[in-house]
Design a binder for this molecule. Structure first.
Ligand code: DX5
Ligand code: ZN
Length: 217
């Protein structure tokens, strides 16, 4: 499975309806929505209301990335707002197993996210329970940052862990992904590619998505 998930963080929020419809028609496989609280990460974006409003604009699955402290307080609300996938940070939870179960009970696919400096070895015990692992390839908080090169080896390592454990989890990667590195990441085992700046910042988003798809299929 190989999917492109444009990140709405790089869209123009003053034209959100046009932007969501444009990217839906441009061939996006799902929409990545970045929720930031100004506490877990040094930036603030939006909450469940925005997710519910975007839900009305597209039939694409909504992939909600929670960069917030105490995610357990908000998971159910985001599921109710229409999130199909919800990912929670390893670094934001003391009770990750319970949190992953909470996401599943709320009816969403459950993802566990790790920051660039977190070793994937810590995921061993959660792998059988997570639907997917999201590897951050930039420090979370902002779009348009430079890809952290060691993320490729990290994807290879996680991919091997998943294979040897017999887990069915898939790998998503987020940050600094574009046409220049997507093939290498796909070869390293990444299945879902978040792309903010490279897609919304492009003169031809549909052409960029098509080029990305050609490179990984
Ligand atoms: C960063 C967010 C990303 C961001 C990626 O904290 O989690 O989803 O939108 O943007 P680009 O693709 O521009 O690095
Ligand atoms: Zn994200």
């Amino acid at each position: 499975m190989k999917l492109i998930a444009p990140s709405v963080l790089s869209a123009d929020f003053s034209r959100i309806e046009q932007q969501v419809k444009m990217i839906t028609e441009a061939g996006a496989d799902l929409l990545h929505l970045d929720v930031m609280d100004g506490h877990f990460v040094p930036n603030i974006t939006f909450g469940p209301k925005m997710v519910a409003d975007i839900r009305k604009l597209t039939n694409l699955p909504l992939d909600v990335h929670l960069m917030i402290s105490e995610p357990e307080k908000y998971v159910n609300e985001f599921a109710k707002a229409g999130a199909d996938w919800i990912s929670v940070h390893y670094e934001a939870s003391d009770h990750l197993n319970r949190l992953v179960q909470q996401v599943k009970d709320a009816g969403a696919k459950a993802g566990v996210v790790v920051n660039p400096a977190t070793n994937v070895n810590v995921l061993e015990e959660i792998l059988p329970y997570a639907d997917f692992i999201l590897l951050m390839s930039v420090n979370p908080g902002f779009g348009g940052q430079k890809f952290i090169e060691s993320s490729t080896e990290k994807a290879k390592k996680l991919s091997a862990m998943i294979q040897s454990s017999g887990s069915k989890a898939f790998i998503e990667m987020d940050g600094g992904i574009g046409t220049g590195n997507i093939k290498m990441l796909s070869d390293a085992g990444v299945n879902v590619f978040v792309a903010g700046n490279s897609v919304f910042g492009s003169k031809d988003p549909a052409g960029t998505i098509a080029e990305m798809k050609k490179l990984i299929n």
